[in-house]
Ligand binder design. Sequence first.
Ligand code: PLP
Length: 370
Amino acid sequence: MIYLDANATTPIDPAVLEVMMPFWRENPANASASYAAGRKARKAVETARAQVGAMIGAEAREVVFTSGATESINAVHASVRRLWPERPTLITTKAEHAAGLECAMRWEESGGTVCHIKVDANGLIDLAELDEALKSNDAALVSVLWANNETGVIQTMREIAALAHEHGALVHADAVQMIGKVPLDAKVDFMSLSGHKFHAPKGIGAMFVSQRVRFEPLIIGGGQEGGRRSGTENVPGIVGLGKAAELAMSACSSELRDAFEAQIVSEWPDAVIHGVKAPRLPNTSSLCFPGIDAAGMLILLDQVGVACSVGSACHTASLHPSHVLEAMGYEARHAASTLRFSFSRMNTMAEATEAVAKVLKAARKLRDLT
Ligand code: PLP
């Protein structure tokens, strides 16, 4: 298989698996246990916390381990909403990941107000509109995707955070797709991370909670993670996350993606690359083949061993036209002709070249049929 769906999930790095194994095999201890094996597990958890902190430019104590980004996003929204009722507004966009969209709905259900800022045709947030929305000083939280999982478009987070902070609002960045791809260049109050997007296993993630802000846990119980996320720590997962964070410290190159896009566009000149005029993740290519059925392409590509996706394949396997492209002003028809290819450091140039040939063959086949 040529696996070009890294934005949905990534294969575990063998080095990550290696550091995890002892915590399943030789040392199953609970990290809260006081005997030697427990202390060893605790030490490994704290090392991982420091590794994740170093990767995102945070202090270790600002890192809270969770089951993944969906949990982190839910926890941040719930905490801000509960702790700050006198500021009832959430500012976000319609181009968020499903977790962000659903949390916005819940915010509204709890009696709050949600203000959706427009994104332009390149997927970038309209900063003037954000500034306007913040003027009433009733927003508690600005919560946006740092990099979009479907298009790879990277928001100008430094400007967004500066505007929000000027008006006293807190900032949550869903940084899931940034990790291991682009250095984080902005200071926010909360961040959500997911291990399986950067070669750690599924079911482990983290939440950055700035030490400057108050936080109320979503999951309560035994008081683990400094009371910020109860539940027995997933020691192997956390250790793997730490190692993956260490390996993700160097930004990834756009060489494969650029070569892939250049070859596609030279053979299929009316192909549209989404977000091409905006800063983009170096691994992501959201491509529309006008008039070609993307769902059909997906099937043909699957038959020849190329794994990619239509829109966002990281939630339910729906084939609904992308809400992200819709927010960028594209028609449903255009979205229905769009495929997402996302590379990881485990792909090779030979795979990119072979994928180009297979993609073009599938597109030609569908064009000839119609
Ligand atoms: N945010 C983004 C941008 C994603 O791509 C994903 C992937 O599914 C998530 C959040 C959810 O992450 P997790 O699978 O860790 O819950």
